[in-house]
Design a protein around this ligand. Structure first.
Ligand code: HEC
Ligand SMILES: [Cu+2]
Length: 343
């Protein structure tokens, strides 16, 4: 019904109709309230107008009336709150098996990296009907990744990851806007979201691949010497990173944190801030040595070696290292996490 009503953007994601329903409810409630107020103003102005010889008389106090006009708005506001919170949590909680796409914002463009390795600028190709999680960061100032047709918007901040997700429901090309004023060419920081049928998407995917992000990550991991300390056995000076993602990590100040994307990112750029229990503070910072894209690749790599089925478990790989088994290298080329395959 809304498709032909040009005040509304397309509804092209599973969130769109939910957000719209809430918004229409707000419009109806505020519209009805405005009507009620204006109707009362008009009615009372006519009913109690000045008439010659009639004296105005004060009317005071009615508990029933006051309770009614407090209770009804209260219930309406609680309904708006409850409904809003429900939609908010749906929009904030990416499904666990969503495909992952890394987004790096900079003045004034969007750089996009798919877990499978495709890179795009100011464009994002996605298949219809698939949950997609965007893991976003900024190279400079605050930006905001806004897709009106999907009804999602999320600030993109320097120095950390923020996340948003969607499931596109309709093939087409949709606007992408930066929704946070970010400098002189902010208005040019736009792009398009290309939603394709799975078969078209697969064809596009196969045409542009430079290999999975986790593979570039593995290369960088070796080039930067991460692998000298982080080995796939227990002999390294740093912790074995297999299986770390998504798990609780004990820190030497007694805290326990979950190893999510932000934790991995911080461990690489600011290793001193959270030190793993039982290890020396010898890891150098890589701040300034790696680009945002390289950090994303490293994070994707660490996630890949964490999510793939433990190839032999840390124990066995330690045993193998001791016994000098040369097939140890198979532990360093992880299969892709299953979530990143196109169905
Ligand atoms: C000189 C040795 C050394 C190098 C090189 C090194 N690390 Fe580390 N790393 C450590 C040590 C020791 C720790 C544990 C103490 C700490 O948290 O600072 C650690 C912790 C980490 C953690 C947190 C692990 C956990 O179990 O919670 C991550 C992730 C990490 N490093 C990634 C990297 C990456 C990526 C590189 C390369 C860009 C790298 N490290 C290079 C020594 C190193
Ligand atoms: Cu911007």
């Amino acid at each position: 019904m809304l498709n032909n009503f040009p005040l509304w953007p397309d509804q092209a994601s599973t969130m769109a109709s939910r957000v719209d329903a809430l918004y229409i409810f707000l419009l109806l409630v505020t519209g009805a309230m405005a009507l009620l107020v204006f109707a009362c103003v008009a009615f009372f102005a006519a009913r109690f107008r000045h008439r010659p010889g009639v004296r105005a008389e004060q009317i005071e106090g009615s508990n029933a009336l006051e309770i009614t006009w407090s209770a009804i708005p209260f219930l309406i506001f609680m309904a708006i709150f409850g409904w809003g919170a429900f939609v908010f949590f749906q929009e904030r909680t990416p499904p666990a098996d969503a495909a992952e796409v890394y987004v790096v914002a900079k003045q004034w463009m969007w750089k996009v990296e798919h877990a499978e390795g495709q890179r795009e600028i100011n464009e994002l190709h996605v298949p219809v009907g698939r949950d997609v999680k965007l893991i976003m960061t900024s190279q400079d100032v605050i930006h905001s990744f806004y897709i009106p047709a999907f009804r999602i918007k999320q600030d993109v901040l320097p120095g950390r990851y923020t996340v948003e997700w969607f499931r596109a429901t309709k093939p087409g090309v949709y606007h992408l806007f930066c929704a946070e004023y970010c400098g002189t060419q902010h208005s040019g920081m736009v792009g398009s979201i290309v939603v394709q049928q799975p078969a078209d998407y697969e064809a596009w995917m196969n045409g542009a691949s430079t290999g999975p992000l986790s593979a570039s990550g593995e290369k960088i991991f070796a080039e930067l010497g991460c692998s000298t300390c982080h080995r796939s056995d227990t002999q390294g000076r740093g912790p074995n990173l297999q299986g770390v993602f998504g798990k609780p990590v004990q820190l030497d100040d007694g805290r326990t944190v979950t190893a999510d994307e932000n934790y991995l990112r911080e461990s690489i750029l600011d290793p001193g801030s959270k030190r793993v229990k039982g290890f020396q503070p010898i890891m150098p910072t890589f701040q300034g040595l790696v680009s945002e894209e390289q950090v994303n690749d490293l994070v994707a790599y660490i996630k890949a070696i964490s999510l793939s089925k433990p190839i032999n478990g840390a124990k066995t790989s330690a045993n193998r290292a001791v016994s000098g088994d040369s097939s140890d290298t198979e532990g360093q080329t992880p299969p892709l996490p299953s979530g990143s395959k196109v169905q």
